[in-house]
Design a binder for this molecule. Structure first.
Ligand SMILES: CC(C)(COP(=O)(O)OP(=O)(O)OC[C@H]1O[C@@H](n2cnc3c(N)ncnc32)[C@H](O)[C@@H]1OP(=O)(O)O)[C@@H](O)C(=O)NCCC(=O)NCCS
Length: 331
């Protein structure tokens, strides 16, 4: 059983505070530690600046898009801001995901300013962030950095899931035209239910992407990056069979955001056709030289497809959980 790190009623759990840890106190105090992190008032600009600064230094986004939308109040999320004085040095988000079976899971992510990073601060921020999830809920932790993951494992978290970031140099091989098939762009106020249906069929049982609704898609249509021409719907003999949703981010990078094929047609070449069409779209319409995507580390079919068209692993994210009773930080 996974214990919610935010379960304030669990007697064995309390937030990890560096200054109360005897093992930590025996060590030389790192220069940047002057006390535990304190809540800092909300300020959208300061949060954006912190996230941009971290993304620049780490070469990758500090929080996933869903968690960022939690900061903006668009999705069900709780946000913590901590620092010393008035300056935000760490930002934590715990967001809820409602699965197709109605169950709700919470997942947390923590972004820490490069200047504030030390094992002690990282530990404290992990505890504070997972503590944002409601009492008695299970909460998992997503980590985008190896250094943060190592700290989390040091306080009892176990990595149980890996997402791989894969990159490809464009142009990729062109898609082979299909005599029986055609691609068309997404049509607003018409295709929302279709995309949700194909998605939920293709991703049945997936931890986050198994319960797309028309509302989810309408929300995504409001995002600044949304482009109906970047959401290609594949039709074979007139019937929709899958889609490839591409995204061009504000920094100009191109992503294969979601690709899904109706389950009964898996393994029949439609995924390859859609993927190459999406990549062609990014290379020709947007003149992009590279593209990336995220995939489950154990999605062998998808990884095989991506490798076959030239994608290579360029990074990873990890999801961790902590087992009940494993709350003691290691010295
Ligand atoms: C991943 C997905 C889009 C691939 O589409 P597809 O139509 O099933 O794949 P294709 O038939 O085009 O096959 C692509 C490659 O995978 C290989 N493949 C097919 N079935 C496979 C299997 N069971 N195991 C391993 N490889 C397999 C094929 O040999 C093919 O390789 P090739 O390019 O050398 O011919 C589709 O299976 C899907 O929607 N899956 C569920 C949702 C999902 O996982 N999306 C991706 C999230 S990152």
């Amino acid at each position: 059983m996974i214990r919610g790190a935010g379960d304030a009623t669990a007697p064995e759990h309390k937030p990890y505070l560096a200054h109360e840890d005897a093992a930590y106190r025996r060590r030389p105090i790192p220069l940047d530690i002057v006390g535990e992190m304190q809540p800092v008032p909300a300020d959208g600009d300061a949060e954006s600046r912190l996230l941009e600064e971290i993304a620049l230094a780490d070469g990758r986004a500090a929080l996933t898009e869903y968690k960022k939308r939690g900061i903006g109040g668009e999705v069900d999320a709780r946000v913590g801001r901590w620092g010393r004085g008035d300056e935000i040095e760490a930002l934590g988000v715990a967001a809820a995901h409602r699965a197709a079976d109605g169950s709700v899971r919470w997942a947390a992510e923590a972004a820490v300013a490069v200047r504030a990073r030390s094992d002690a601060v990282e530990r404290e921020v992990i505890e504070l962030t997972t503590g944002l999830a409601p009492v008695a809920e299970t909460v998992t932790l997503w980590s985008h950095r190896e250094s943060q993951r190592r700290v989390a494992e040091g306080i009892g978290y176990l990595t149980f899931r890996e997402l791989l970031m894969m990159e490809v140099v464009l142009p990729a091989p062109p898609p082979e035209p299909r005599k029986d098939g055609a691609l068309r762009p997404f049509i607003r106020d018409q295709d929302e239910a279709l995309i949700a249906a194909i998605n939920n069929d293709a991703f049945a049982g997936h931890r986050e992407n198994d319960n797309m609704t028309v509302d989810t898609i309408v929300d995504l249509e409001r995002q600044p990056w949304f482009d109906p021409a970047g959401l290609l719907i594949g039709e074979v003999r007139g019937a929709p069979v899958g889609f490839c949703w591409t995204k061009v981010l504000p920094d100009g990078s191109g992503e294969i955001y979601i690709i899904g094929v109706r389950t009964e047609l898996h393994g029949t070449g439609i995924g390859r056709w859609l993927l190459l069409s999406g990549l062609e779209n990014l290379a020709t319409r947007h003149k992009l030289r590279t593209a990336f995507l995220w995939t489950e580390g154990d999605n062998r079919r998808a990884i095989r497809l991506y490798e076959n068209v030239g994608f290579r692993v360029a990074g990873a994210n990890w999801e961790l959980s902590r087992l009940l009773g494993v709350a003691q930080p290691k010295g």
